[in-house]
Design a protein around this ligand. Sequence first.
Ligand code: ADE
Ligand code: ZN
Length: 343
Amino acid sequence: MSDLHKLIDQLPKAELHLHLEGSLEPELMFTLAERNQITLPYSSVDEIRKAYSFNNLQEFLDLYYAGMSVLQTEQDFFALTQAYLEKARGDNVKHVEVFFDPQAHTERGLPFSVAITGIKKALLAAQSEHGMSYRLIMCFLRHLSEEHAFIALEQAKDYLPWIDGVGLDSSELGHPPEKFKAVFTAAKKMKLKCVAHAGEEGPPHYVEQALNLLKINRLDHGNRAMEDPGLIERLKKEQIALTVCPLSNLKLAVIEDMAQHPALDMLNQGLLVTINSDDPSYFGGYVNDNYKALTEALDLEKHQVVQLAKNSFIGSFLDNEDITAYLKEIDRLAQLHLPPTES
Ligand code: ADE
Ligand code: ZN
């Protein structure tokens, strides 16, 4: 294994862009389908994996929503979350800020309580058993109406102590952030953090709307912000963290080749870039796989890998004291990790 890959494995990291429903591995999908007597349109795990070939975001979303139909009970959401947290722990992830899509479940007839209770129990277990910290972010589905998002926010009121923020995901093109201005304003009043997917497929002015109208604390993806020098300057000046997802971008044809990924350009321009896995089961890798793929394709140097790990904490919603402690720990590890001396 290369030295940098070893360092990636060892560095403490935070993951800030992860859809729990997108971490549903085909094996668990089959188990849950059987348990809940649901017939899947696949006859094997291999067949599912073969189906994961996408030309754009919508082709993925169609399978993503179909796949999550096997999630029926609180225990199913517990199992889903527990499995992700175990993978993250294996990657030395110390802190997670995870998304879930409550409307995708209430639309199927599940009570709002089912998903969030199963998820919360697994997060609590990982915290008490392994010291992993977390934040939970509920996303509004942008292909649905703002009225629908308001219903989800109303349902969330009974669970507010469990919810740290709101996000915006699903089909981006044709559903600009401005459509959700009022519901984000309401969420902000409830002291929830605000994040939004923007600039994954959508144009730079969607990013601008997310900043100006949704008052986001963090930007999910943001790739296409790189087309607008004024926007780059603003993201840099305001140190808005970008949660970029390299393997996702490759699988959804946002980029043609990993060597074209804008992460290094973002880093070089002083942006607060973080590396994340998005929907790891569908895109072929968890967070360390994303760091490694990027490191190989862009020939990243040690100081850049270290900066990305630091950014993951700086861009998190952790308290400053915790962030400082992680940054110190990363510096300590990076110093220990010296290149081999010539003999
Ligand atoms: N929902 C799950 N993954 C997503 C992504 N990459 N973009 C938008 N919505 C999503
Ligand atoms: Zn995402």
